[in-house]
Design a binder for this molecule. Sequence first.
Ligand SMILES: [Zn+2]
Length: 207
Amino acid sequence: MPLGPVGMGTSSSVSILVLDAGGTPRRWIDVEEAVGYYYKRQVAWDLGEHAFTLRGGVNRATGERSTLTLRSIVAVRGDCSRRARFEHTPALTRSMLFARDRFICAYCGGRFRPGDLTAEHVQPQSRGGRCTWTNLVSACKPCNLRKGNRTPEQARMPLLYVPYVPSLHEAFILRNRRILADQMEFLMAGVPATSRLHAADGMAAAI
Ligand SMILES: [Zn+2]
């Protein structure tokens, strides 16, 4: 049965935040996939100020058109909650690294577009430095070139911030550029106070 959005015309570009029944974030999904959970009656509970009303087919007996209202945060029973516990270290991608660092070069402090940033090894790979959240920082191309295969001490280029592993909730924020306000509020409540997302301009810059 084809469903079309009513009222909120932007629902196709919106992601729904899926939680397990215990409230732990699991995935970002599109509205269509979320509809499936409602129809399969796998939604344990939902919340969020954003509600999307979708229109379905017309019931021949009653002549009424079916509708479905879904919310921006959906807790799902079943397959989602039975999955293995979410790995504690979020997968590292360049875009998430740049978002973690708020697009600021760790050496000169300038803010750059993603295309002008590099994922820079604090301890160079040639010296055993690994591709991990705690050994990578965002660096502009000139700084990356200048530092070369040296440690920050050798290059006399001290780090302006300390690289860290994002928490689960923070990773969900870094992964999605178009988070709705209610989803952001939910996720930020689970972000440790030490995260840079709590910095004064952190949230705006991370999105
Ligand atoms: Zn720089």
